[in-house]
Design a protein around this ligand. Structure first.
Ligand SMILES: Nc1ncnc2c1ncn2[C@@H]1O[C@H](COP(=O)(O)OP(=O)(O)O)[C@@H](O)[C@H]1O
Ligand SMILES: [Mg+2]
Length: 462
């Protein structure tokens, strides 16, 4: 799981930032060497003047080299603000005859100034050494023919300049590296945004929404994933559709033999027969009714669930008109149970499916009639409030315990001890149709005490 849990963001940063840092270090290193060469060259050049000055004032007198410069002339040549400089002049045998420096003479020496690093008096110094030929007679072997001039200078100002130069070169690189890091971070976040949008698009879907994810919203690199996902969604939708079609077909096929059975039992019951047989036949008739109801409910449920082909077919539906259309049948059922069924119908137009909404209402009123004892009161209301179309079915029956108000929406769930031959699918159908319409269903207790108030609010009004 370790590798898989890495965020793309972290991964990209981890791949980009260390190389960036390594490059920075490498660049600093290169800058250091560049700066060192430049500073060394510049400062070495500044040592040429004193070496020339010294060499021009060495004369050959009475068999000896002599430096013809006074201390006063010499001092400014060797005095600097930060650094100290020393010099020495030795003859070809290594005998020093002028200066305050004691450094070994380099083994090979030419008439060109020669620079090298050394340590003098526990300090790092830069030394320039040069051979100066004397105008002694070359034929005479006993006298010196050349001298060696050496000047050593401490490195304080060189180092200072080197650091200054380094700072000037590395600081912009550092700024660039930090800016690059930030840009990479921002860029990666921005770059991953389409992926995030894609994730949200998929996350916001219901488990029944198996439509393909729009491919053109996805970043190019992720498109193959989306295409595969869509293929999978397509297969899943096909399977679900097949199952749904099977369920609808099976339920539909069941209805015909059940209707036949029902008719036959009813016909049989008209015959003369012993009391006991009539009782058995009545039980059979009841079971047939229940099976027919179950087949009908299954069919409705299968039809209510969306498939990729069939999504809710929205049109403007006035809930009051829809309720009124079936009113007569419901009034007849209420009368047989001595229930006072009242309608308070105000226009309430919503965008809905003209076939599914009557199913929703039928299940609500059926439950109210079923679970309200004889002599009860049921009120059906439709109205519009604040852009929301409302459908309410209120009864003063047995009510639904608060703890079970979620549960009764599940398939085949019935409150224990519920009377009648229901199969527990009615409220699942209601919930499904509500979900399809992005409406909301509330199971409430009426203001006047006992009973049930079913309220469906359709927020999408036309
Ligand atoms: N108006 C109501 N009053 C009391 N109980 C109800 C009402 N409507 C539904 N119920 C309870 O919710 C359960 C589930 O309802 P439903 O899904 O329609 O299944 P069925 O009516 O087939 O039992 C019912 O068994 C009943 O206990
Ligand atoms: Mg029911």
């Amino acid at each position: 799981m370790r590798g898989g849990a890495d965020s793309l963001h972290g991964l990209l940063l981890r791949w980009l930032l260390p190389p960036l840092l390594a490059l920075l270090i490498l660049a600093s290193w290169a800058s250091y060497f560049g700066a060192h060469v430049a500073v060394t060259r510049a400062f070495d050049r500044s040592l040429l003047d004193p070496v020339q000055a010294l060499s021009q004032h060495i004369v050959f007198e009475r068999g000896h080299p002599v430096l013809m410069l006074s201390q006063d002339t010499l001092r400014p040549l060797f005095t600097h603000v930060y650094d100290t400089a020393y010099f020495q002049i030795s003859d070809e045998h290594g005998h020093q005859f002028a200066g305050d420096l004691t450094l070994p003479v380099p083994p090979k020496i030419s008439n060109k100034p020669q620079f090298y690093d050394a340590t003098y008096d526990n300090q790092a110094v830069r030394v320039v050494a040069m051979r100066v030929d004397l105008d002694s007679d070359p034929a005479v072997e006993e006298v010196p023919h050349f001298v060696i001039v050496q000047i050593a200078q401490t490195l304080i100002r060189r180092d200072r300049n080197l650091y200054e130069l380094m700072a000037l070169m590395v600081a912009p690189a550092l700024v660039i590296a930090i800016a690059a890091g930030l840009l990479v971070s921002v860029g990666v976040t921005k770059g991953l945004k389409p992926l995030h949008a894609l994730q949200q698009e998929i996350a916001s879907r219901s488990h029944l929404d198996l439509r393909p994810v729009p491919v053109d919203h996805a970043p190019l690199e992720v498109r193959p994933v989306v295409v595969s996902l869509n293929a999978l969604l397509g297969e899943l939708a096909a399977v679900m559709e097949g199952q749904q079609r099977f369920l609808a077909n099976a339920a539909h096929q069941l209805r015909t033999p059940l209707a036949g059975l029902h008719t036959q039992v009813e016909l049989l019951l008209r015959e003369q027969m012993p009391e006991h047989t009539a009782q058995v036949l009545n039980t059979l008739l009841d079971a047939t009714r229940r099976a027919t109801h179950l087949a009908n409910q299954l069919l409705t449920l299968a039809r209510a669930e969306p498939t990729t082909e069939h999504l809710v077919n929205r049109q403007a539906v006035d809930l009051s008109v829809m309720v009124e259309a079936g009113m007569v049948a419901w009034l007849a059922r209420a009368r047989s149970k001595h229930i006072d069924l009242g309608f308070e119908l105000l226009p309430a137009v919503c965008a809905g499916d003209a076939l599914l909404l009557p199913e929703l209402f039928a299940n609500l009123i059926d439950n109210a009639l079923r679970y309200t004892p004889d002599g009860g009161v049921i009120t059906v209301r439709t109205y519009a409030a604040g852009g929301v179309a409302m459908l309410e079915v209120e009864d003063n029956g047995m009510g639904i315990p608060e703890a079970q108000r979620e549960k009764v929406l599940e398939r085949f769930y019935r409150v224990a001890g519920s009377p009648g031959n229901g199969c527990g699918l009615g409220l699942s159908i209601v919930a499904e149709i509500v979900r399809q319409h992005q409406a909301s269903l509330q199971i409430l207790t009426p203001v006047h005490g006992a009973g049930t108030l079913m309220r469906v609010s359709f927020s999408v009004c036309t």
